[in-house]
Design a protein around this ligand. Structure first.
Ligand code: ADP
Ligand code: MG
Length: 273
């Protein structure tokens, strides 16, 4: 077993949400969402603030129990496999950074190895190699002995991605992982996830980044997926007007051909004064 426990490459997982609904305090935060991310594909979740992206992601990694429907990782219902087994298959990088760590960066990344250990079992040479590799991949090796709590938001974010990497799972879900990152580290983080070859779902606000790094974009609004498909199909002026209420032009990037969005701030005045 343990496609991921030790060295070697990780086998991409498969993620499926079937008619997932989440009702909290009588309000439907997620309504009848189905999505399938085949092995090795990277899916973006887009949509306005409050659309339900984080809530849906929480159902994917078992932090939120769906009121209806189910979530399958590698064909198994996440509520039917144990938490430890799930952590061997799926890693999550969420928005709320745990605050009460009095841990070094190395220790935080080393937590990614815990799903493979018994209580109090130390790290072996393989673990250390995986941890060092993850630190290196996220450009945080120089911070290894620093206190996690004292890092900047962007550094914390990279450390949490490194922790997910050290977990060596076939599937990763990330909630706005580029939020605090500078331009270089945004590109690096998304390229890294892409190049891992694992299955990923990434909530992303930046649609141009989503178009660049993701195979498919699922756009949510009011708890539903309102449109999904390859970036070129989803990113149209009509969708942007309907979902975000913005007037935008969609062009092809001159060198990559990837669709790129330019928002027109004031439709009445298209040229600079
Ligand atoms: P997104 O990540 O797309 O911005 P969220 O999933 O965080 O959206 O939130 C969707 C909606 O659900 C928001 O209106 C938010 O205020 C609400 N919400 C989120 N969590 C809860 C909760 N535990 N109880 C009540 N409402 C919630
Ligand atoms: Mg969110």
């Amino acid at each position: 077993m343990a496609h991921a426990a030790k060295g070697g490459s990780v086998i991409p997982g498969e993620l499926r949400a079937e008619n997932v609904g989440v009702v909290v305090a009588g309000r439907a935060l997620v309504h009848d969402v189905s999505l399938h991310v085949p092995p090795g594909q990277v899916a973006a979740l887009a949509g306005p603030n409050g659309a339900g992206k984080s809530t849906l992601l929480r159902t994917l990694y078992r932090a939120q129990r769906p009121t209806s429907g189910r979530v399958l990782v590698d064909g198994e219902d996440v509520w039917r496999i144990g938490a430890r087994r799930l952590a061997q298959r799926l890693a999550a990088v969420m928005q709320e950074t745990p605050g009460e760590f009095d841990l070094t960066v190395y220790d935080v990344v080393a937590m990614g190895r815990s799903p493979y250990k018994r209580a109090f079992q130390g790290d072996d040479a393989d673990d250390r190699q995986i941890i060092m590799g993850a630190l290196e991949a996220l450009d945080v090796t120089v911070l290894a002995h620093a206190s996690f709590d004292r890092l900047s938001g962007g550094e914390k974010q990279r450390v949490l991605i490194a922790r997910a990497l050290a977990q060596r799972t076939g599937t990763i879900v990330l909630d706005e992982p580029t939020n605090h990152l500078d331009l270089r580290h945004q590109l690096d983080a998304l390229r890294l996830v892409r190049d891992l070859g694992v299955t990923a779902v990434i909530a992303l606000h930046d649609l141009n980044l989503a178009a660049t790094f993701c195979d498919r974009i699922h756009v949510m609004a009011n708890g539903r997926v309102v449109v999904d498909g390859p970036p070129a199909q989803v990113l149209t002026p009509a969708v942007l007007a309907e979902v975000y209420h913005v007037d935008a032009e969609v062009t092809r990037h001159p060198s990559t051909g990837i669709p790129q969005i330019s928002v027109i701030p004031d439709p009445g005045r298209r040229t600079l004064p």
